[in-house]
Design a protein. Structure first.
Lengths: 230, 531
């Protein structure tokens, strides 16, 4: 798989590393507290220890914490290298976000507004919804990197596609660029705006339709031809 | 009564601040109950979308600006002079003004309910440009901004006052490295208040100017200004409660606090790091160096881990009295851990791209703030109630209170991790029936009911305590460590008539064990650190 595109696999790998570590830490602390509660209760004759430090133990423990931090950061940075970090750039107008794809590259401009999404494809093809009952449908090809240029026409929104474990902010006067790779067969039904944007925030959903690369090409060409004929 | 409202005695000011915060806590709690009732099932049954927006904004902003920060500072204001053996604070009229500014700021924020458009409704961080007048019109939002500025200025006044008191008014012998642990956490908090809180005043001042067409604010710059306040603020809502837990652990296990120097060093590192981690709230913007802020945020593991170690090591080999305060210490240690560990996840950008603005984050910060800090506060309240009032709180009711909160907070906040992971974004008035999130949301709403019951029970217990006689001696638990236990309960206006000698960070422990062979030579004082 080409580097710099996948989002779900790095997330899952990192998550399945962090979760057991967190679970072990929690269980260890819970067990220690259980021992404390059972063994060190006040009872006649029990004198609390007068010891107030254990410098070597403390230093060793602090070093272990430093090593754990370094390890987690190393894995986090590795995960970041195999995914696509968002890069925001200032633009003068929303038009600055419109897609200018490089050769062989697909770029989709996504413009958020209260409470709707507009996806702009090469050749002037636009996908949008009515902002309420019928959300916009984002049509994407499967298993190839798709470059996004995300912006907003009014307030800060965020495009969240839970199935891809990916979320990037859509801000006015900024274009946020990143790449995503869509796999067929995932559940994309919960894609939505995740940055609170006003009363109808909960309605600001997005449908994601993943087509085979050929099917996507056909769909885009058909839509482009229809536009040219008009 | 009038005298109590006008007094500049730090103890009276602190109790006033705490009482006002308790009233706002009740208000914010009612809002939370309405929110949870609405979310219990898919569909909009109880409130409108606009109403929901007002409710969650006012719940969050009330809890932060008017409850947890004021309570944290009230605790510092009450305890610090007693712990350092001072008869008064530096600048008592600043503390007085700060307390009333916070209270009036709260009234101004809540006055927004009286306007036609409603109160603040852009979320507690009021992101620009949502908080501008085209998207959020009306004077209610202006009142909300002004109230938050007032409350924050009040917090800065009190923070500066406590900071100056620690630096200038310590009793003879009370060097910096003999400050009790709680006072160190107060010092760290007040440093954050003084250096980070002005950033909110600037951010909200700009917002107000922008709403009245004076200038335009860049959305990313606003977020930087806001979170430069907003992240340190969460540590102001954490450190004093860790301090209370540390005092309760030490007092109720009869042990000097363990690893004092490591704790102090960790606390100072914590303070510095917490002021350099703010942009992890902005990982998804693409406008900040994510690796840098992942580094500073993940590095928080080290000081946090050391503080945990020292509190638990204090309990280890102690003689623990398992009263309600101790139960809350255990509750704090386990539940804050869930909040802290989930915080390590969201400090990693790739994990945060999923968690940001989802219920994962809602669960995370409620575990730190409610299941964590508030449990620490209750540990402190049960421990210090006899000091504040001369009366003990009922142990029997206390145990039920603890059980209700323990069940309630986990039932409310644990399902939120799952909901967030499955794709539920925060601040949704409604979710589709097809999402299958109904059952977990219902569980969460039932949990909120347990929390409400527990809180009512605590209020009853507080009321009942005033029917009892003042029986608490100066050292209410018999194993006090620091100077607050050397004066009567409640302390006289001048705090102390006489002070025991201060030769370590636990002078009362020294006095009790004076006849016995010295277990520990007094810690050597490094040059230059004694003020």
């Amino acid at each position: 798989m080409a580097p710099g595109v996948d989002t779900r696999a790095p997330y899952e790998q990192l998550f399945s590393l962090y979760l057991p570590i967190a679970a072990v830490v929690f269980v260890v602390v819970a067990l220690v507290l259980l021992v404390v509660a059972m063994r060190f209760r006040a009872r006649p004759g029990r004198r609390p220890s007068a010891r107030t430090q254990a410098p070597r133990l403390e230093l060793g423990y602090a070093s272990a914490l430093v090593l754990i931090s370094i390890f987690l950061l190393w894995r986090s940075f590795a995960a970041m290298s195999s995914t696509s970090d968002p890069v925001a750039a200032r633009v003068a107008t929303v038009a600055g976000a419109s897609s200018r794809p490089g050769p062989g590259d697909l770029a989709i401009a996504v413009v958020a507004s209260r409470w709707n999404w507009r996806a702009l494809y090469p050749g002037g093809v636009v996908q949008t919804g009515d902002g309420h009952a019928r959300p916009a449908t984002l049509v994407v090809p499967a298993d190839r990197p798709v470059r996004f240029r995300l912006t907003s026409r009014d307030v800060v929104h965020a495009l969240w596609i839970p199935a891809l474990r990916a979320k990037y902010d859509a801000m006015p006067r900024y274009v946020n660029s990143f790449e995503l790779r869509f796999a067929a067969g995932l559940d994309y039904s919960t894609a939505r705006c995740s940055e609170f944007c006003g009363d109808f925030h909960d309605q600001m959903r997005l449908r994601v339709q993943v087509r085979s690369p050929q099917g996507f090409g056909t769909w885009l060409r058909t839509r482009q031809q229809r536009l040219r004929r008009r | 009564m009038i005298l109590a409202l006008l007094s500049t005695d730090h103890k009276v000011v602190a109790i006033r601040a705490g009482t006002v915060a308790a009233l706002f806590f009740a208000g914010a709690g009612v809002l939370a109950l309405i929110l949870r009732t609405e979310l219990a099932q898919p569909g909009l049954q109880v409130v409108s979308r606009a109403g929901y927006t007002e409710l969650f904004t006012m719940h969050g902003s009330t809890m932060i600006f008017l409850v947890v920060i004021p309570v944290a500072l009230a605790a510092c204001l009450y305890l610090v002079p007693l712990q350092i053996g001072s008869t008064r604070v530096c600048g008592p009229r600043w503390a007085f003004s700060g307390q009333w500014l916070m209270a009036l700021g709260g009234l101004v924020m809540w006055a927004g309910w009286l306007t036609r458009e409603g109160p603040g409704r852009a979320g507690w961080y009021a992101y620009d440009p949502l908080s501008r007048s085209p998207a959020t019109p009306g004077p209610g939002m202006d009142l909300w901004i002004c109230g938050a500025i007032m409350a924050t200025l009040g917090a800065i006044f009190i923070g500066a006052c406590v900071l100056a008191t620690i630096l200038r008014r310590r009793a003879p012998g009370m060097t910096m490295l003999r400050l009790p642990v709680f006072s160190w956490t107060a010092l760290a908090s007040c440093l954050l208040v003084v250096f980070a809180f002005p950033s909110l005043v600037v951010a909200f001042g700009l917002l107000l100017a922008e709403r009245h067409d004076v200038l335009t604010v860049d959305p990313v710059s606003y977020q930087h200004l806001f979170w430069f306040y907003g992240h340190p603020a969460v540590y102001v809502m954490f450190f004093p409660f860790v301090g209370m837990v540390a005092e309760a652990a030490s007092t109720l296990s009869g042990r000097r606090f363990f690893g004092y120097r490591a704790f102090v060093l960790a606390l100072l590192a914590f303070t510095a790091l917490s002021m350099s981690a703010w942009a992890h709230h902005m990982f998804t913007t693409g406008a900040v160096p994510n690796r840098l802020f992942a580094l500073t945020s993940t590095a928080l593991i080290v000081p946090a881990g050391i503080e945990y170690f020292d509190v638990i090591a204090t309990l280890w080999q102690g003689a623990l009295r398992f009263n309600t305060a101790m139960l809350f210490v255990f509750g704090f240690l386990l539940q804050f851990l869930v909040g802290g560990l989930s915080g390590i996840f969201v400090a990693s950008p790739v994990l945060d791209y999923h968690a940001q603005d989802s219920y994962i984050v809602v669960a995370h910060f409620h575990y730190t703030l409610f299941a964590g800090s508030l449990f620490g506060l209750f540990a402190g309240l049960y421990l210090y109630w006899p000091k504040l009032t001369g009366r003990y709180l009922s142990e029997r009711l206390g145990r039920v209170h603890f059980a209700l909160l323990l069940i309630g907070s986990n039932l409310t906040f644990l399902p939120m991790f799952v909901l967030g992971h499955e794709g539920m974004a925060r601040r949704l008035a409604d979710y589709p029936n097809s999402s299958g999130w109904g059952a977990l949301n219902l569980a969460s709403s039932v949990g909120a009911g347990f929390i409400a019951l527990g809180t009512l029970l605590f209020a009853t217990s507080v009321a009942l305590s005033f029917l009892r006689a003042r029986t608490a001696p100066a050292d209410a638990w018999g194993t006090g460590m620091s100077l607050e236990w050397a004066t009567s309960s409640p302390p006289p206006p001048q705090n102390f008539d006489a002070l025991p000698p201060v030769r370590s960070y636990a002078p009362l422990y020294d006095a009790r064990h004076a006849e016995e062979p010295k277990p520990l030579p007094p810690a050597p004082q490094p040059q230059g650190i004694e003020a």
